[in-house]
Design a protein around this ligand. Sequence first.
Ligand code: DX5
Ligand code: ZN
Length: 217
Amino acid sequence: MPALINPSILSADFANLERDLHAISTADYAHVDVMDNHFVPNLTLGLPVFERLVQVSPVPVDGHLMIADPDRWAPAYAEAGAASVTFHAEAAQAPVRLARELRRLGARAGLALRPATPVEPFLDLLGEVDMILVMTVEPGFGGQSFIDGTLPKIRRVRRAVSEAGLDVHVQVDGGVSRETIERAAEAGANVFVAGSAVYGAESVPAEIAVLRDMASA
Ligand code: DX5
Ligand code: ZN
């Protein structure tokens, strides 16, 4: 399975987001983290900025909503033109209804799980989503270390997807770098979010290529 590399602009220069989106034009998606200071203890950007990022991005936008009440707020991110909208299982009241709404609006629907959230309650609903995001750090900040304890969950998600014969992506987000990407890929992830590893690299395009190679090997 080809590995997708989605750099997170959380590690970009927030005064130069358009420039830094163009720096990742060889990536598969641009990962845009929306944080509301309620679901996570950090605040990034909201819908008006997100809409403009979608308009100027050279690659499709993968929105990661770390917000309370996604049932109310997430559809607008699909309407804004995000290729993919991922909301948190812990925050959603009606995840199936929301996933269906996002798909109806033309976005891929993603369901995110914090490191300590089990996937088992959601396994029967895999057919309702396009992606499961297994958080490999506690959401909220870039630059944290990859939690190896999430690897068994990545494996269980991948096994369930294969057994069901579904084309559901398994994304990992947090602490993904040259040091950790092979472990995540071996466990079954095929979409890799990397913020500090990509934007902190000497050459951003070279780092994207290296990570893609390492994850595809
Ligand atoms: C964290 C965000 C991530 C973050 C990852 O809550 O969801 O997308 O940017 O940053 P790194 O790759 O630096 O761990
Ligand atoms: Zn993210």
